[in-house]
Design a protein around this ligand. Structure first.
Ligand code: DGL
Length: 273
């Protein structure tokens, strides 16, 4: 039995959609949620930055005593999970767009994939796409601008709807009946998407699968917390802890202490805000 916290990392608020599923499945575990909001979005940053910054923050989380890490960001997973697994000696759980569950769910065999530009152009995503031995057609769209709006707290306003319409209409016109939410920010748009397209698209989000994988890894490595443990949740942000706290409350109804932390990118990372 191990009472140490699990680190959940994202470029910003999106990983809260994963935290929600982790809490539901593992209510006794203590969690540290880390939002690198000062440097979000990662989806349009140089790949080198995403990899180095993810490693820097995850090393810091391990130094804080995290017993396992959830990389609750598709973009960071695509570019950094291999390096993290080579360098860090705790279980690392990554996320990837749910193409396989989408293929199983789709009747029309036309699947839309909405993800960041960096995820869509990564080698890991393209290997995943070509490894699928099914006849489905995957229509990929980069959700430019969505993460920045969600970071500001907009999940349903006219700007979000206009962008969603731009990205989803070609998918619907081509006969898509399933949409992969390939960025952890996007589950917070589910209600708005539902409002816009009704039941025409089945939405695929991998939060529950990630929580299940985390539970398996904790059991495998003997790291689970005791069922009697009183869990603690901490929110950390590199930008504005009170905004993170308010958004976590608005999106999840989860109240917890929040701190702003300053972790300057190492000079070699070389990206600006
Ligand atoms: N939540 C991240 C993901 O899953 C967002 C990436 C970004 O910051 O652009 O890809």
């Amino acid at each position: 039995m191990n009472p140490s916290p699990i680190g959940i990392f994202d470029s910003g608020l999106g990983g809260l959609s994963v935290l929600r599923e982790v809490r539901a499945m593992l209510p006794h575990e203590s969690l540290i949620y880390f939002a690198d909001s000062r440097y979000a979005p990662y989806g349009d940053k140089p790949e080198r930055f995403v990899e180095a910054r993810t490693l820097q923050v995850c090393e810091w989380l391990v130094a804080q005593g995290c017993k396992a890490l959830v990389i609750a960001c598709n973009t960071a997973t695509m570019h950094a999970v291999q390096t993290l697994r080579e360098r860090l000696h705790v279980p690392i759980i990554g996320v990837e767009p749910g193409l396989k569950p989408a293929a199983l769910s789709s009747q029309s065999k036309v699947v839309g994939v909405l993800a960041t530009a960096n995820t869509l152009k990564s080698a890991k995503f393209n290997r995943l796409l070509t490894s699928l031995a099914d006849e489905s057609q995957y229509l990929c769209a980069a959700g430019h601008g969505l993460v920045s709006l969600i970071e500001q707290g907009d999940v349903s306003g006219p700007a979000i709807r206009e962008k969603l319409d731009l990205y989803l209409r070609p998918m619907l016109d081509a006969g898509a009946d399933t949409l992969v939410l390939g960025c952890t920010h996007y589950p917070f748009l589910s209600e708005t998407i539902r409002d816009m397209v009704g039941n025409r698209l089945t939405l695929i989000d991998t939060g529950t699968a990630i929580a299940r994988q985390l539970a398996r890894k904790l059991a495998e490595f003997g790291l689970a917390a005791s069922p009697d443990a009183t869990p603690a949740i901490r929110y950390l942000s590199t930008k504005d802890a009170s905004h993170l706290r308010e958004m976590a409350w608005a999106l999840l109804n989860v109240e917890a202490g929040a701190e702003t932390v300053a972790i300057e990118p190492a000079p070699a990372i070389g990206a600006t805000e």
